[in-house]
Design a protein around this ligand. Structure first.
Ligand code: SF4
Length: 210
């Protein structure tokens, strides 16, 4: 039996939830707890925007998982369904001096900032009071960097950044995703993270990255 809307009481915490929040969704499993947390106290919409995901088959699996989750939670989601990894790779190369395989700290900062900026822009354009991100749920991401970027973008776009350390709900999110039968990915998303899954002896830089 799937518990779809279990309200998480955030009212006693220091973070007051704004009335309408747009939550950037990186993938289904990581979004469950951030969406549920806000759902009990505010109007929440999701925003799927992840041009970093490689290859298209993986992008589609994650997109479909988010659609399934949106059905379970009965929430609205804005979907950016266009598959466009090349601008991400070119933008990353431009910010990392053309390095073929940019190190994780460099590429993740670029990746976070592009996805969060698009979310802030979409939130502002569509009349939301705040934006947030499922990236704040993951124990594998640079949490402080994401938080800092969110705060900076909030100032830039004149909109609130709803911050919460959703990692507190880590196990609950995993359990829920399994109960819902959501697709659970094996790597973060970009081509570099896919390559790094395998032992170094198998690593080959694809021609498009040279
Ligand atoms: S490892 Fe993940 S967060 Fe970092 S650049 Fe790749 S997809 Fe983005």
């Amino acid at each position: 039996m799937i518990e779809v809307v279990n309200k998480i009481d955030l009212s006693s915490g220091p973070e007051k939830i704004p009335a309408r929040v747009l939550v950037h969704i990186c993938c289904g499993p990581c979004s469950i707890m951030p969406l549920k947390a806000i759902l009990g106290s505010a109007e929440v919409w999701g925003f799927f925007h992840n041009p970093n995901i490689h290859p298209y088959s993986e992008f589609k699996l994650r997109l479909d998982a988010v659609k399934k989750l949106a059905g379970f939670l009965s929430i609205n989601v804005l979907y950016d369904e266009e598959y466009k990894p090349i601008p991400f790779i070119k933008g990353l190369k431009a910010t990392s001096d053309g390095v073929k395989h940019p190190p994780k700290d460099v590429r993740c900062e670029f990746c976070y900032s592009t996805r969060l900026e698009e979310t802030a822009r979409a939130a502002k354009k569509n009349g939301f009071d705040a934006f947030s991100s499922s990236l704040l749920y993951s124990k594998y991401q640079n949490h402080e960097q994401i938080k800092g970027l969110g705060v900076d973008l909030a100032k830039k776009y004149g909109i609130l950044f709803f911050y919460k350390d959703f990692r507190d709900f880590w196990q609950q999110g995993i359990d829920n995703s399994k109960e819902m039968g959501l697709y659970r990915q094996k790597y973060c998303g970009c081509v570099y993270s896919k390559i790094e899954r395998y032992p170094k002896k198998y690593m080959k830089i694809p021609p498009v990255l040279k």
